[in-house]
Design a protein around this ligand. Structure first.
Ligand code: FAD
Length: 404
């Protein structure tokens, strides 16, 4: 609990955070990586380089200060962070490291503005938030142990790899210990840990893209090729594509994530899945889940890709469509040429397409794709008056990128 005077100080610092938040968080990360290099493994240098991690943290601190007296409004954001932390195996012992570096960074950036009262109030506020996250993450670890039978990293053998498109490969992963797997919720992701070319281990999240199978998990990875002009190839995706094959071992942490298929509401409420490129992975798991568990419910999949060569899971989707009259797939290509085939329309997702496929009925929307697509779809749905409770999305990077 914060005292009245601590609350007042936190609220007073909101304008300062709005102005200097990113300077503060940039300084904070540099300081923490210098003073506590042991935490480096939890962070992706690509997000640091792009500045998205610093922006994300600045936004989160600001939001926390603004809602310091109404923390319940931040429940969704706290859940997202707790799931992400649990996916990376963040533990209670890591919080004091972040807290100490954050307070020191406030002192160093604000100089004289960082009075004893400011440091005291932010120390207390950080402590409250850390306690909430530690408690929730503890619960997630306990649930994972109960549901999936393990915590931390477990060794998996690549049983099979197969192309899903020109730039996406699926990996089928079998636990090395031979123990059966328990179903994840459709939409959840795993954390994969590898040490490309003998480097320090690195972690990345990958959504489960298949249907529950007691023997195998399936993930599907797009190769981030880089462009040779200052943008290097993605560390893990290139390693998986180029060097990981049948019989190789990778480590996985158990399923996590709050972007999961909700129960179907009463009445006829279609499920609309909007996928961009590799963003189809969690939606494909949801599609399998909905067809199996929400029998007869109308499902509309809008699959967006640049061209038909980069369109993943063509055969799997054709086969599902052949088996389920309640499923309608619409393929929209943004860069179609004369060589492309098997698509329904061209361009980006727009109001006309939603008018045609959904009309003005209530529907539940789930979407995942590249940042520009996410922005367009989110604005479109909000603009059409879709209730916030019917809008669900996953973004494969720090959420702030979506708002950029
Ligand atoms: P990184 O090394 O992390 O690089 C990322 C990008 O930054 C690359 O495009 C790279 O070219 C660029 N970059 C790196 N360094 C620099 C630099 N110095 N200058 C300029 N550019 C730079 N991905 C999938 O393919 N399938 C999934 O199902 C999937 N599910 C996900 C689920 C969640 C919840 C999340 C958060 C992410 C998911 N991702 C998924 C993304 C995945 O976790 C990785 O981010 C992705 O594979 C890229 O990792 P990487 O190591 O290959 O690239």
């Amino acid at each position: 609990m914060l005292s009245e005077s601590q609350l007042a100080v936190i609220k007073q610092t909101v304008p300062i955070l709005q102005e200097h938040g990113e300077t503060l968080t940039r300084h904070f990360y540099q300081r923490m990586f210098r003073e506590n290099p042991e935490v480096l493994a939890f962070f992706n240098p690509a997000h640091q380089h792009a500045g998205t991690q610093q922006r994300a943290l600045a936004g989160a601190i600001c939001a926390y200060a603004q809602h310091i007296e109404t923390p319940e409004l931040l429940a969704d954001a706290v859940e997202l962070i707790a799931q992400k932390h649990a996916s990376l195996q963040i533990l209670a012992e890591h919080y004091p490291i972040v807290g100490a570096n954050l307070l020191a960074a406030i002192q160093e950036v604000l100089g004289e503005g960082a009075t004893d009262a400011v440091i005291d109030a932010w120390g207390a506020a950080y402590g409250v938030l850390a306690d909430i996250l530690i408690a929730r993450e503890g619960q997630i670890y306990a649930d994972q142990q109960k549901t999936h039978g393990w915590n931390g990293f477990r060794r998996f053998v690549v049983a099979r790899r197969e192309p899903a498109s020109d730039n996406i490969v699926s990996f089928y992963l079998r636990p090395e210990d031979g123990e059966p797997l328990h179903a994840a919720l459709p939409g959840q992701y795993l954390t994969l840990r590898v040490a490309p070319d003998g480097s320090e281990p690195v972690m990345r999240n990958y959504s489960l893209s298949g249907q529950p199978d007691p023997d195998l998990y399936r993930i599907s990875v797009k190769k981030e090729a880089g462009n040779g002009a200052g943008q290097p190839a993605g560390v893990v995706s290139a390693y998986l594509h180029e060097q990981i094959g049948e019989g190789d071992v990778v480590e996985l942490a158990p399923p996590c994530g709050e972007f999961t298929l909700q129960p179907a509401p009463a009445g006829e409420v279609p499920l609309v899945l909007i996928a961009g490129g590799v963003g189809i992975t969690p939606l494909l798991a949801m599609l399998h889940g909905a067809l199996a568990q929400q029998a007869g419910r109308e499902v509309i999949l809008i699959q967006c890709a640049r061209n038909s060569a980069e369109r993943p899971f063509v055969e799997e989707l054709n086969s599902l469509q052949g088996m389920h009259d309640n499923l309608r797939c619409h393929v929209r290509l943004s860069e179609a040429s004369e060589e492309d085939e098997g698509f329904d329309s061209e361009g980006f997702v727009d109001g006309e397409l939603l008018d045609e496929l959904v009309g003005n009925r209530r529907a539940q929307y789930y979407f995942c794709g590249p940042a520009p697509m996410m922005r367009i779809v989110n604005q479109l749905l909000v603009g059409r008056g879709v209730d916030a409770a019917d809008i669900h999305f996953e973004f494969f990077g720090p959420k702030e990128e979506m708002a950029a």
